[in-house]
Design a protein around this ligand. Structure first.
Ligand SMILES: N[C@@H](CCC(=O)N[C@@H](CS)C(=O)NCC(=O)O)C(=O)O
Length: 390
């Protein structure tokens, strides 16, 4: 799994993962040629330099002259400029001068000065996309210093790769302190499904603003988690759980029997939707204090009432868990959802579990599972970076 924790250099996030590519290449360049050569290739991109760069490897089965191309991109955060370097397996030590440019309104435009058949040419790349699962790169040459352009290569990227037998691509847009995203991370981990991850920007003062462009494009609710599994884009942690169970049934995270399954869904919903409002009252403990003392006092009073509500829920779950290892038959999505709610309650200095030994033992049991332990450790690290000490 790879990830980035900051908003820098996110312009190319859409490209991370594996792609099927439809190539259209002009047969001859700057020769008034109208014949296009079409063929299918693949591309796989990943991040480098902690988000300040990325690399992609392209298998380009150009008829009669197949080769591999590699793009290395690095970002200058001060100048907000990407430099793009291209390497070609047919002459790996040669290196075109880098292209330079940036994204504006979702379209990336990059220019460079190259030599084509001994003549200087201005080169332009344009990156655009019309869906989370489709994007386009096009290259044009200008022999008259940018007055007129001839497009000579178009690469249409799409993610429906599995039908072609090309590599799987799974990407999660998550948040460092997003409990719903962490639910999905735990489920992916339980099912041993590898994924790439992008952490969307988050601060205690501004929350999820500014929103990550990929999340805006994928989810009309503009929320994380967003999961992109090949050509399927999904949002909402519960819906993602259901899809993961259908597509990757083993190990199961839901009981099989319909009533047990329904009960499990109800417990997940109870954690997600019934425990959430009091938890939100506690979340205000880590956001900046309200400058109005009266409003701040009301906030604190609300948090105290929320603590009492959460204690009542603890008592109910203590009863549900009596004599059981997990909430349902075997470890399930309900355990993941309740674990996250209690973890957030505890990190926000809500009621402790001391008075509820059965719930405390269950919480330790779930917390010892590798996926839950990893999520808990990452949330603690995110708190050290993003939240005031409580
Ligand atoms: N029901 C959704 C809730 C998702 C949700 O509330 N996500 C939060 C982060 S934990 C978010 O993105 N909030 C930003 C916003 O609502 O503007 C799910 O289960 O995924």
């Amino acid at each position: 799994m790879s990830d980035s924790n900051d908003s820098y250099g996110v312009d190319f996030d859409f490209l991370i993962g594996a792609w099927q590519v439809h190539h259209r290449r002009l047969a001859r360049r700057l020769a008034g040629c109208q014949d296009w050569v079409e063929f299918a290739g693949t591309s796989v991109a990943r991040k480098l330099l902690g988000g300040f760069g990325n690399i992609d490897e392209n298998h380009i089965p150009l008829p009669g002259d197949p080769y591999v191309g590699v793009t290395l991109r690095t970002y200058d955060p001060k100048a907000q400029i990407w430099s793009i370097h291209w390497f070609d397996s047919r002459h790996p030590s040669a290196h075109d001068p880098p292209m330079a440019g940036r994204f504006a309104e979702g379209v990336g435009t990059f220019y460079g000065d190259h030599v084509f058949e001994t003549k200087p040419v201005r080169v332009r790349f344009i990156w655009s996309r019309d869906a989370a699962t489709r994007c386009r790169w096009q290259q044009a040459f200008s022999a008259d210093a940018g007055r007129s352009w001839e497009t000579n290569w178009i690469m249409d990227f799409s993610r429906s790769l599995t039908a072609m037998g090309a590599p799987m691509s799974r990407h999660l847009y998550s948040g460092p302190l997003s409990l719903f995203s962490r639910k999905v991370e735990i489920a992916l981990n339980e099912k041993a499904l590898p994924f790439e991850r992008t952490m969307v920007p988050f601060t205690q003062a501004k929350g999820y603003s500014p929103k990550h462009p990929a999340v805006l494009a994928a989810n009309p609710k503009a929320q994380v988690p967003v999961l992109i599994d090949d050509d399927l884009t999904l949002f909402d942690s519960t819906l993602i759980f259901e899809y993961l169970e259908d597509a990757y049934p083993r190990p199961a995270l839901y009981p099989k029997e319909p009533r047990a399954r329904a009960r499990c869904r109800l417990l997940e919903l109870t954690a997600d939707e019934i425990l959430l409002p009091p938890l939100i009252a506690l979340m205000r403990r880590t956001t900046p204090a309200d400058p109005d003392p009266e409003r701040q006092r009301l906030r604190e009073a609300e948090a105290s009432r929320a603590e009492a509500t959460l204690r009542d829920h603890y008592a109910r779950f203590e009863t549900v868990l009596a004599g059981r290892e997990f909430l349902c038959d075997g470890f399930s999505v309900a355990d993941i959802a309740l674990f996250m709610m209690i973890l957030f309650t505890l990190r926000l200095k809500g009621p402790r579990l001391d008075a509820h030994p059965v719930l405390a033992a269950w919480y330790a049991r779930v917390g010892a599972r590798p996926g839950a332990a990893k999520a808990a450790a990452e949330i603690a690290a995110a708190d050290r970076e993003l939240s005031p000490p409580l």
